[in-house]
Write a protein that binds this ligand. Structure first.
Ligand SMILES: [Zn+2]
Length: 265
C-alpha cells in the first residue's frame, strides 16, 4: 500500500524550486541599483537582454547564499555587494552557481592587503617576505577582495584586469580539486584535452613574457598554469577581442567551457 501524497514524490526538486523563489523574492534587486551596476561594468554591455535578466537572477541568488564582511573600517553597502555579485556571476551565467558552493564568506578590505609569507629553500632555510594582495581565493573559503580594485573594474578592463573574475576563476578551478588550471569537466577525456590546450597556450604565453612582449593577458600569469588560467579568464570576459587575437586556442577553450563568446557579441 502506498498512500504517499503526490507532492511528496519529488520533494528535492520542489523544495529547490520553492527555496529559489523565496530567495529571489527576498533578494530582489531594485531597478535603479541594477541600472547603476550595469553602468559601472561597461563590459556587460555586450550581453543580450535575456542574459542580463539571467545575470540579475543569479545575482539575487548569489547575494542570498553569500555573506559579506567588511574589514578595516569598511562597511559593505548593497551597491558594493551587487557590484561584486554581478562580476562573480558573469563566468557562471550558463553554468550555474553550484560551482561556488564550497564557500560562503566574502571578506572585503578597503585596499590591498600586505600578507606575510614564508618559503623554504632547498637548503631548508625559511625566507620571510611580504606580498601585496588585491584578492585571494582559498580552498573552502573565505574569498578576499580589495574594494579599491573591485571599484575600478571599468578602468581595469582597459588592460584586461578584473580582480573579482580572477578570484572566482580560482574558485571554479578549485571546484575540481587543488588549483591546477583545470576546472570541473565531464570526464577524463575532456580533462586530457583541456590539459593539452592549456599547457600549449601557457608555454606560448611564457615565451612571449620572456621575450618582453607587451601581452594582453597579465604577465603575472607566467607564474604558474593556475594563475595563467585565472588571468586568461579575466581577459576573456573583459577584453575578449584582443584576447582572442593573442591566444585563439585559449579563447576557444574558454568560450566552449563558459558557453559565452564575448569577442563576437
Ligand atoms: Zn591568482
Amino acid at each position: 500500500m502506498n498512500d504517499t501524497p503526490s507532492w511528496w514524490r519529488a520533494p528535492l526538486a520542489r523544495l529547490g524550486a520553492w527555496r529559489e523563489e523565496r530567495a529571489l523574492a527576498r533578494r530582489a534587486i531594485p531597478d535603479d541599483l541594477w541600472a547603476l551596476t550595469l553602468l559601472r561594468l561597461p563590459f556587460l554591455a555586450r550581453l543580450r537582454d535575456d542574459d542580463v535578466a539571467e545575470l540579475r537572477r543569479l545575482c539575487s541568488l548569489f547575494l542570498d547564499r553569500k555573506q559579506f564582511h567588511g574589514v578595516g573600517g569598511l562597511a559593505v553597502t548593497d551597491d558594493m555587494a551587487l557590484l561584486i555579485a554581478a562580476q562573480a556571476c558573469l563566468p557562471v551565467l550558463r553554468l550555474g552557481l553550484g560551482l561556488y558552493d564550497a564557500f560562503v564568506g566574502i571578506v572585503v578590505h578597503p585596499d590591498e592587503v600586505v600578507a606575510q609569507r614564508s618559503v623554504m629553500d632547498e637548503d631548508g632555510i625559511v625566507h620571510e617576505y611580504e606580498e601585496n594582495l588585491t584578492g585571494e581565493a582559498m580552498s573552502g573559503g573565505p574569498l578576499m577582495l580589495a574594494w579599491s580594485d573591485v571599484r575600478d573594474a571599468a578602468e581595469g578592463a582597459d588592460w584586461a584586469y578584473n580582480v573579482v573574475i580572477h578570484e572566482f576563476a580560482h574558485v571554479i578551478d578549485m571546484a575540481a580539486g587543488p588549483a591546477d588550471g583545470v576546472p570541473p569537466l565531464p570526464d577524463a577525456a575532456a580533462r586530457a584535452r583541456w590539459i593539452a590546450v592549456i599547457d600549449g597556450a601557457y608555454e606560448d604565453f611564457c615565451a612571449l613574457v620572456d621575450a618582453g612582449v607587451d601581452t594582453v593577458v597579465d604577465p603575472y600569469g607566467a607564474e604558474a598554469v593556475e594563475e595563467f588560467f585565472a588571468v586568461a579568464v579575466e581577459a576573456f570576459f573583459v577584453a575578449g577581442v584582443p584576447f582572442r587575437r593573442e591566444s585563439p586556442a585559449m579563447y576557444t577553450l574558454l568560450s566552449d567551457y563558459f558557453q559565452q563568446d564575448p569577442a563576437s557579441a
